[in-house]
Design a protein. Structure first.
Length: 427
């Protein structure tokens, strides 16, 4: 009897150990030895980032690498605030700006899976101001007046997910469209005073497109429109939908549109560069008129689906891990395998995005893109205005993030160096 009991306990122990190991494959943050990575070669990352801090090209950075669901590298360098010399921590909170777009795109695909719409439905079915779109013909820079021609077709939800709608970007887009959007009061997302997403998007629908829908890739306010679509279809604010359907189930406890007071000490300050010397100086109201770095703390109420969030590397890694896991995280399914495959394959055909293509919310590395840095074909990626960047590599089961907080970023090649450094450390 004693022997049988010991055997049962041994079997139970093995089963529990296997279950725990299986859980690690889908869980972040689990921390372990860097199986599949060289410890010695991972230190090359330390040397490069430390050198950038030493040279004062950046004040600090956090870097996180996840391999097969296990954190193999998680470090912070430099300072959260260069003036007060507060050391940067791995749980520091960053303005992730356009990294918001991937989360909004996932929200859209969740509703697509529920049968709320088809991707080729016209957006005007849900936001009537986008009916009868016009395309910019002539623009008068003297007074921002313009003429238009009729669009050949309406904008679809797929156009918005792929940035092929013809919408441009306020404040950072083409000169003509920046002027038109400014005159109409359309923001890029970093708003200085209380506004409602619904009001801005309804107005945006009445303004001209920069080109015919589907004609080319133009990075623009597409995902802000999709954020409004999520609100209309779900009956929730974008903030509430994210929290209920994505953040809480993924345990993304530090990701917000509006950062709670108690967590504000962890928010990293933003630097800019002196125009003459390129030396780092604190961001001020004159750095980029109309854009504020206080958007996470100024109670603006503007839930920009394209740019409005703050987060940590660990939180965003959990989101990316779900995509690498083909829609599953810790046993919970967020998206179907087929939806993830749609999101992470070329959706723009022969249109150009440098060496790479674009899926539904992500840049997709091609075979030609692989030749640049060694990033696996099929990897999905993007970044944010203030210097954050990420990618997920389903082939190697890698998630990697590098966060800084700076604009402009003259030494932005650090992002490419980080990609190369991650892949050279793989065994």
């Amino acid at each position: 009897m004693l022997i049988k009991r010991r055997i049962r306990l041994l079997v139970l122990g093995i089963a529990l150990q296997l279950a725990a190991q299986a859980q690690l494959i889908t869980a972040v943050p689990a921390k372990g030895s860097p199986d599949g990575f060289s410890n010695e070669r991972l230190q090359y990352i330390d040397h490069v980032i430390q050198d950038y801090v030493h040279r004062k090209w950046i004040k600090g950075a956090t870097a996180l690498i996840v391999h097969k669901g296990v954190i193999v590298y998680n470090k912070a360098f430099g300072y959260s605030n260069a003036q007060t010399r507060v050391p940067l921590r791995t749980d520091a909170i960053f303005r992730i700006a356009s990294q918001t777009k991937a989360i909004t795109s996932v929200a859209v695909m969740m509703l697509f899976e529920e049968g709320k719409f088809l991707l080729d439905d016209p957006i005007s079915r849900f936001i009537p101001s986008f009916a009868d779109p016009k395309v910019l013909d002539r623009f008068n820079a003297a007074d921002s007046s313009y003429t238009t021609v009729p669009a050949k077709r309406g904008i679809t939800i797929r156009d918005l997910l792929t940035h092929t709608s013809g919408l441009d970007y306020a404040q950072i887009g083409s000169p003509a469209m920046k002027a038109i959007y400014a005159k109409a009061g359309i923001p890029a997302g970093f708003v200085t005073h209380p506004q409602k997403l619904a009001d801005a998007i309804n107005k945006l629908g009445t303004l001209p497109l920069v080109h015919q829908p589907g004609e080319r890739f133009t990075y623009g306010l597409n995902t802000d429109v999709l954020g409004r679509l999520v609100e209309i279809v779900s009956g929730m604010s974008l903030d509430e939908f994210f929290r209920r359907r994505i953040f809480e189930p993924l345990n993304m406890k530090d990701t917000y549109f509006h950062l709670p007071d108690a967590k504000r000490p962890r928010l990293v300050s933003v630097d800019t560069e002196d125009k003459g010397t390129k030396a780092l100086i604190p961001w001020s109201d004159t750095t980029f008129p109309g854009i504020t770095v206080d958007y996470p703390v100024n109670n603006n109420g503007y839930y920009s689906g394209g740019a409005g969030l703050v987060s940590t590397t660990a939180d965003y890694a959990a989101f990316l891990q779900m995509i690498v896991n083909k829609g599953v995280f810790k046993g919970k399914r967020f998206l179907s395998r087929h939806s993830v495959e749609m999101m992470t394959q070329n959706q723009i055909g022969d249109l150009s995005l440098g060496n790479n293509k674009f899926g539904l919310g992500f840049e997709i590395t091609t075979d030609k893109g692989f030749l640049k840095l060694g990033q696996s074909a099929g990897s999905f990626a993007w970044g944010g205005f203030f210097g954050t960047t990420y990618w997920g590599d389903p082939r190697e089961e890698v998630v990697a993030l590098l966060f800084v907080q700076q604009w402009p970023f003259s030494h932005g090649e650090l992002g490419d160096k980080f990609k190369a450094l991650v892949y050279q450390a793989l065994k």
